[in-house]
Ligand binder design. Structure first.
Ligand code: HEC
Length: 198
């Protein structure tokens, strides 16, 4: 009586582990198709389309802020990257493959507070986001939003999965020329990338 019961159990547990393996492998396949190769970037699909990282304000480290007093980009520009990318930068002086940089542009207002008169603050009104993904391998040669070591994206609030930039050479790179020596990023204004505040 014991033997068949044991072997039934055996069969059951074998099929359970098979099912588990199947579920796990299906799962990792889904993850793989979400980016062009396993582990590259969760914000890039197979074709190189870039999306906005969800809830990056709490999952990423704040690199620094800019304040633009006039023009279309008037307001606060807050820049973020992964904490792991910050640690890598501090050690190697460059961003790691797959690093994400987000710049959030928010409208500003000012008012009188106990800290002083005309204190400016960033409102909840988001104007747009810029996203860059470090790519050391030139993964998307035919995609006009990839090149010079990065994927380049402009994302509007109505569609956070859509990159409205069509060509980084036309839409982005000229304005980043002053930062070319620093891999196109205005790193000198991001205190988080250094340890000098400790
Ligand atoms: C009008 C000039 C201009 C254009 C066009 C422009 N940038 Fe920038 N970008 C800047 C400047 C200057 C900064 C830093 C100062 C600031 O934000 O005001 C910056 C900052 C950034 C940052 C934060 C990291 C860094 O480099 O310091 C990202 C990310 C970014 N830009 C991505 C993009 C992408 C992607 C595009 C194209 C879709 C783009 N930018 C187009 C001028 C520009």
């Amino acid at each position: 009586m014991n033997t068949p019961a044991l072997s039934n159990n055996h069969i059951l547990s074998a099929s359970l582990s098979f099912l588990t393996a199947l579920v796990l492998s299906t799962h990792s396949q889904t993850a793989n198709t979400a980016s062009n190769e396993p582990g590259f970037s969760p914000y890039v699909d197979k074709a190189g389309n870039i999306s906005l990282p969800a809830d990056f304000r709490i999952t990423m480290a704040h690199l620094g802020s800019w304040f633009a007093p006039e023009g279309d980009g008037r307001g606060f520009h807050d820049v973020y990257t992964e904490a792991t990318s910050v640690l890598y930068y501090r050690k190697h002086g460059k961003f790691p493959d797959g690093a994400t940089i987000v710049k959030e542009v928010r409208a500003e207002k000012s008012g009188d507070y106990t800290t002083g008169k005309n204190i400016s603050f960033a409102t909840g009104e988001i104007k747009q986001w810029f996203v860059m993904i470090k790519d050391t391998k030139g993964r998307f040669p035919g995609n006009l939003n990839w090149g010079d070591g990065w994927g380049w994206a402009l994302i509007k609030t109505d569609h956070t999965n859509k990159n409205v930039s069509t060509n980084y050479q036309a839409d982005c790179i000229n304005c980043h020329m002053p930062a070319k020596e620093n891999d196109w990023i205005y790193v000198n204004e991001y205190p988080t990338l250094t340890t000098r505040n400790r």
